[in-house]
Design a protein around this ligand. Structure first.
Ligand code: CP
Ligand code: NVA
Length: 316
């Protein structure tokens, strides 16, 4: 497949809504090339001399490391900024923080609680802003996950993805990703834990265009039937710790991905999880450590997909 586009239309990447199918496929293509180059010891200095500011309101292992190492491998530099260490902690506005950072860096990545914070950051920055996770979206994860699915299955056409559990930030971008790229998606979640309604409205229109289906049920046994991909995430996202007991009572045992559930999917079904996982809760160790699991490919692909994304954003 050739690279269809070399730069993205929108300045910012806040959710999969910011990309069209052609742009997603181009990012995946460049990701694969960068991955191959890295494995062959070839360095690509696509971001030579560029600087990335990374603001974190929440903890992270994969996002922080993959962005920092990714830009380093492309010849640039990353600066880690805990929001507690910025003047943000003393009340400086996001607007003024955005204006200030734009004077120094070429690119901003932020992990925030409220999605409105990253929208504000993007509106007031003159440089591209990437969402490294908000309460509604986690688009970088889904780029890596689409890359992983493409590597594993060699196609998206006709595939069925089943999402079991919380209709959370990762699920919202998966809904957009599947509908844009053309995969069927079946979501099983307890009533009240469905994906975001606005996201579903957009995705249903995309799904209509790509002749695919998005279905929502409360029954994991229905969602998993004939699935090529089975995905889940924690029931307790960052910031939801106060709801731990209530959530565990609602989600367990019905929404756990275990071998019995996996066995109801297609024989060659892969298991996906963005990590970090709570083993014994949303997934058993038997599944996450089993032969269907591609969770380490997903984690690795964060690096390659984000290198491609950063290289394709319209930097000054
Ligand atoms: N999957 C993911 O975003 O992991 P981190 O929270 O460790 O960044
Ligand atoms: N849904 C999880 C994803 C973590 C990478 C959270 O928001 O904590």
């Amino acid at each position: 497949m050739k690279i269809l586009k070399t730069s993205l239309n929108k300045k910012d990447f806040l959710s999969l809504n910011d990309l069209c199918k052609e742009e997603i496929l181009s990012i995946l293509e460049l990701s694969k090339n960068l991955k191959k180059d890295l494995k062959n010891g070839k360095s690509s200095q696509l971001l030579k001399g560029k600087t990335l500011a990374m603001i974190f309101q929440k903890p992270s292992t994969r996002t922080r490391l993959s962005f920092e190492i990714g830009i380093l491998q492309l010849g640039g530099t990353a600066i880690y900024l805990s929001s507690n260490d910025l003047q943000l902690a003393r009340g400086e506005s996001i607007e003024d923080t955005a204006r200030t950072l734009s004077l120094y860096v070429d690119l901003i990545m932020a992990r925030v609680y409220a999605h409105s914070d990253i929208e504000k950051l993007a509106s007031y920055s003159s440089v591209p802003v990437i969402n490294g996770l908000s309460d509604i979206f986690h688009p970088c994860q889904i780029l890596a996950d689409l890359l992983t699915i493409q590597e594993q299955k060699n196609t998206f056409n006709g595939l069925k993805v089943a999402w079991i559990g919380d209709g959370n930030n990762v699920c919202n971008d998966l809904v957009l990703g599947c509908s844009k790229i053309g995969m069927n998606l079946s979501i099983a979640c307890p009533p009240g834990f469905e994906p975001n309604n606005d996201v579903l409205d957009v995705a249903r229109k995309e799904a209509y265009r790509s002749s695919t289906e998005i279905s929502i049920t409360d029954d994991p046994l229905i969602a998993v039937r004939d699935a090529d991909v089975l995905a889940t995430d924690t029931f307790i996202s960052i910031g939801k710790d106060g709801e731990r007991q209530r959530r565990e009572e609602i989600f367990l045992p019905r929404y756990q991905v275990n071998s019995d559930l996996l066995n109801l999917a297609k024989q060659d079904c892969i298991f996906m999880h963005c990590l970090p996982a709570s083993r014994g809760r949303e997934v058993t160790s038997e599944v996450i450590d089993g032969k269907a699991s591609v969770v380490w490919d997903q984690a690795e692909n964060r690096l390659h997909a984000q290198k491609a994304l950063m290289s394709m954003l319209p930097l000054k």
